[in-house]
Design a protein around this ligand. Structure first.
Ligand SMILES: [Zn+2]
Ligand SMILES: [Zn+2]
Ligand SMILES: [Zn+2]
Length: 156
C-alpha cells in the first residue's frame, strides 16, 4: 500500500489573514471569535472546547460562548472537528484553500498528539464507493499507540 502524502501543511497562519477571512464571509468578528482563532493558531494540535476555555482564562468568554463560536467557525470551514474517541470534540484551524483532511497519532498513555500527513491511496475510497454504489466517499481516522517517552518510563 503506497501512502499518499497530504497537501496539508501546518504553516502557522497570520491572525490578520484569519480575521480577513472572517470579514470576507461577512460575519462580525467578535472579541471571543478572534481570541479563539488566536488560541488555535498558537496550537498545532486539535483542542477541546475546555482546552480553549482554559487558554482563554481571564477573558469574559464562558464555555457556552466557545461552544457557539466553534459551531459557527466549523460551519464557515475555518476549523475542522476531530474525534479521538473520548467523547470530546477537538478543533483545529484549517489553512485557507485546504480541506484540513489529515490524521493524528495519539499516545494512549500521556495523550501526546503527532500530526500524521500520510493518508490511504485514493483507490481504496474509489473501490469502496464503486462496490457500494456510493459517491463522494471520504473517511475519518485516528491512530493510537504508546509514544517513545512512555515506552521508556514504562520499562524503568
Ligand atoms: Zn506518551
Ligand atoms: Zn491535526
Ligand atoms: Zn485520510
Amino acid at each position: 500500500m503506497k501512502a499518499r502524502p497530504h497537501s496539508h501543511s501546518h504553516q502557522r497562519q497570520e491572525l490578520s489573514s484569519l480575521t480577513g477571512r472572517l470579514r470576507r464571509q461577512a460575519r462580525k468578528i467578535t472579541g471571543p471569535r478572534a481570541a479563539i482563532l488566536e488560541i488555535l493558531r498558537q496550537h498545532p494540535h486539535p483542542l477541546t472546547n475546555k482546552d480553549i476555555f482554559a487558554a482563554l482564562s481571564g477573558s469574559r468568554c464562558n464555555l457556552a460562548t466557545i461552544y457557539r463560536a466553534m459551531h459557527l467557525l466549523e460551519k464557515m470551514g475555518m476549523v475542522k472537528r476531530f474525534d479521538f474517541g473520548d467523547g470530546a470534540a477537538r478543533f483545529e484551524l484549517v489553512a485557507e484553500g485546504d480541506d484540513g483532511h489529515h490524521h493524528h497519532l495519539v499516545c494512549t498513555s500521556c495523550a501526546e498528539v503527532v500530526e500524521i500527513e500520510e493518508c490511504f491511496p485514493n483507490e481504496i475510497e474509489t473501490r469502496i464507493a464503486a462496490a457500494n454504489g456510493f459517491q463522494s466517499v471520504t473517511h475519518k481516522l485516528e491512530f493510537f499507540g504508546i509514544c517513545p517517552e512512555c515506552q521508556t518510563t514504562r520499562h524503568q
